[in-house]
Design a protein around this ligand. Structure first.
Ligand SMILES: Nc1ncnc2c1ncn2[C@@H]1O[C@H](COP(=O)(O)OP(=O)(O)OP(=O)(O)O)[C@@H](O)[C@H]1O
Ligand SMILES: [Mg+2]
Length: 252
């Protein structure tokens, strides 16, 4: 497994946000996480990323427990990338493309080692080659900003990118482009994804495996096609019926 959680518990005061969550992502594959609002999806993502510590349980990255703090944690984080929901909130519009995409390289002390060329390469990889890296993020559309977020997420060549609702703030037409970009990058880089989404069509299209969460617990998990075709859990069935895109058109 690229990343694995073992019996994760997370409490915020008296409120239990996660209970006994054990999930894993196989190399080169995508794990989709679905569940209603407040079910704990983003909390799992934050714990996987080492942005917060579990109350108990552990996260293994490439089979090794994620360091709890300090330098070792920073070094481990180099093997992880993140894409969040809202590219308007996660990018400072005053920053240049080079500053944004190069930020993880600088943070991990890799800028000296051909950072500028790497930025060009990353911009090309996300379909923004030929754009002046000195332009400011504020000049670009939501879809292009999310491409920049993707470029930034893969800058340090992570094995795993955690995408928390990467397309839900975007126009439908742009959503498919970003998903295609993620799929293309998976093919060319062999990167694994954790993909959190409310949209069942997105998950169906992107994921090899799926985890269904409710109230901080895993209700069901397994190969995506099997779980979606024949959900064993009553809650999964209800969720699938209630989810947007259930009867909608396939994306693409
Ligand atoms: N920092 C925090 N302090 C207190 N409670 C929190 C905190 N973060 C999350 N929670 C609670 O933990 C639970 C899980 O939240 P989480 O954000 O993981 O849900 P989610 O599945 O990502 O929801 P959404 O689909 O709305 O993004 C919720 O009840 C939430 O209120
Ligand atoms: Mg969330």
């Amino acid at each position: 497994m690229i990343i694995e959680t073992r019996s994760l518990h997370k409490a915020y005061g008296k409120h239990t946000a996660l209970r006994d969550v054990s999930i894993g992502v196989r190399p080169g594959t995508t794990l989709g996480i679905v569940g209603e609002s407040g079910s704990g999806k983003s909390t799992v993502a934050r714990l996987m990323a080492g942005l917060e510590r579990p109350t108990s349980g552990e996260v293994l990255l490439d089979g090794v427990p994620l360091p709890k703090r300090g330098r070792a944690l920073r070094a481990a984080r180099r093997r992880l990338g993140f894409v969040f929901q809202d590219p308007y909130a996660s990018l400072d519009p005053r920053f240049t493309l080079e500053q944004i995409v190069g930020e993880p390289l600088r943070a991990h002390g890799l800028w000296q080692d051909g950072g500028r060329d790497r930025v060009d390469e990353l911009l090309r990889a996300v379909g923004m080659g030929g754009i002046d890296p000195r332009s400011r993020a504020g000049e670009f559309s939501g879809g292009q900003r999310q491409r920049l977020c993707v470029a930034r997420a893969i800058a340090t060549r992570p094995h795993l990118v955690i995408c928390d609702e990467p397309t839900s703030a975007l126009d439908v037409s742009v959503q498919a482009q970003i998903l295609n970009l993620l799929l293309d990058l998976q093919e060319s880089l062999g990167v694994s994804y954790v993909l959190i989404s409310h949209d069942i069509d997105v998950v169906r299209r992107m994921s090899d495996d799926i985890v269904v969460m409710r109230s901080g617990e895993v209700r069901e998990s397994g190969p995506c096609t099997e779980v979606l075709a024949d959900p064993r859990d009553e809650y999964t069935r209800t969720l699938l019926d209630a989810m947007p895109g259930r009867r909608g058109q396939e994306i693409r």
